[in-house]
Design a protein around this ligand. Structure first.
Ligand SMILES: [Mg+2]
Length: 376
């Protein structure tokens, strides 16, 4: 490795789309330097990845030939363009993870130390059991929740309103009764000492959310997430003031400005920025800093693969107002092989990483074995 930090130049950007199974795809990005380093990033789009791949190809000339140590804030200016769109944000997010990874490798320190250093010893995860629960029956939710707890997770999340793919929706009363039954069975399975998080995932209107919040209150819910569209900040604020449970949302917002109205209206208790969509680790940290001013917590949205998870972990270590991190539980048995076993979960927590950069490298052989070709 050259001794002078200015000698590193980006030489190549390679995106790969991987079939993550369970209705998930992962878009991984490798950024190589002419000094032989590889930085990794993730910009996964739930099986809508090819638009981001095309965007990455268009952006490559703005990165190639440049030193990763001098590029992070400078390339963030792309996101301030008046015509910046979600696909540009996703592409720049994945590239930004890789730039941090390269900076850490060049300087020989973990990314969290470049972001201000750690304020805690480990990151608490919650197991999102939604994708792994195929039948959506109360019994299967309860069984998977118990499994996650027996593996050491201290918090679980699911969507009590998830419907099977029926063309004709059930009457509202029946849907709510089923949701309450799912919550009841999961709470009974995990006992009183595990936190239970519920993602309503845009399924409700204002009164539906209010009624549901009242019905599930006896089951000691940690938070209710995204009852309806987040652009309805005043509706969220009103709901928040009328229920006793924490309200969280924000996964689909990109750029720090999008969070301002939510904060000013006191609409949420917890913001959920996603490092692979919001603009990257630093943009998420800036949102966390804005939230801190309003005494609002952050809990990064992370239905992601192992690279965005690592990026979220480094972010979380440096944020005083971090609450808990999402973990996509129980799908893709070879997920750990993608990063050579370097995604370490101990008792439902991720310990402080010690390796330089993000601390996870992609195993190209495993990645290629599950890669999706364009048009495939
Ligand atoms: Mg969600």
């Amino acid at each position: 490795m050259p001794s002078k930090v200015e000698e590193h130049k980006i030489s190549r950007i390679t995106p790969t789309v991987v079939d993550g199974e369970g209705a998930r795809s992962w878009l991984f990005i490798e950024v190589e330097t002419d000094t032989g380093l590889i930085g990794v990033g993730e910009a996964s789009q739930n099986r809508l990845d090819w638009g981001v791949v095309a965007q990455l190809e268009a952006l490559a000339p703005l990165y190639v030939g440049r030193n990763p140590l001098d590029l992070i804030e400078d390339r963030t200016r792309l996101l301030r363009r008046a015509d910046a769109h979600r696909i540009l944000y996703a592409a720049c997010s994945g590239l930004e993870h890789a730039l941090w990874d390269l900076c850490g490798q060049i300087l020989g320190v973990p990314v969290y130390q470049l972001l201000g250093g750690s304020v805690r010893d480990r990151i608490r995860l919650y197991a999102n059991i939604e994708v792994a629960t195929r039948s959506k029956s109360p019994e299967e939710y309860a069984e998977n929740a118990s499994k996650a707890v027996s593996q050491g997770f201290t918090a679980v999340k699911f969507n009590p309103f998830r419907l099977s793919l029926e063309r004709n929706p059930k009457p509202e009363r029946e849907v709510l009764a089923l949701a309450v039954e799912r919550v009841k069975q999961v709470r009974a399975a995990i006992g009183p000492n595990v936190d239970l998080l519920l993602d309503f995932s845009f399924s409700q209107d204002f009164h539906g959310a209010l009624k549901a919040a009242e019905k599930i209150e006896p089951y000691d819910i940690f938070w209710i997430e995204t009852p309806f569209r987040i652009d309805q900040a005043s509706q969220l604020a009103e709901l928040r003031h009328r229920i006793t449970t924490r309200l969280s949302a924000g996964e689909q917002l990109w750029g720090r400005t999008a969070f301002l109205e939510i904060l000013e209206q006191r609409a949420l208790d917890v913001l959920m920025p996603d490092v692979k969509w919001i603009g990257g680790i630093l943009e998420a940290k800036k949102v966390a800093a804005m939230a801190e001013v309003y005494d609002v917590a952050i809990a990064p949205h992370n239905m992601s693969g192992p690279i965005a998870t690592a990026a979220s972990v480094h972010l979380a270590f440096t944020c005083p107002n971090f609450l808990i991190l999402e973990y996509c539980w129980g799908v893709t048995p070879w997920r750990g092989d993608l990063v050579d076993g370097r995604e370490i979960v101990v008792d439902g927590h991720i310990p402080l990483p010690t390796a330089p950069g993000l601390g996870v490298g992609l195993n190209r052989e495993v990645m290629q074995a599950h890669a999706i070709r364009r048009g495939g």
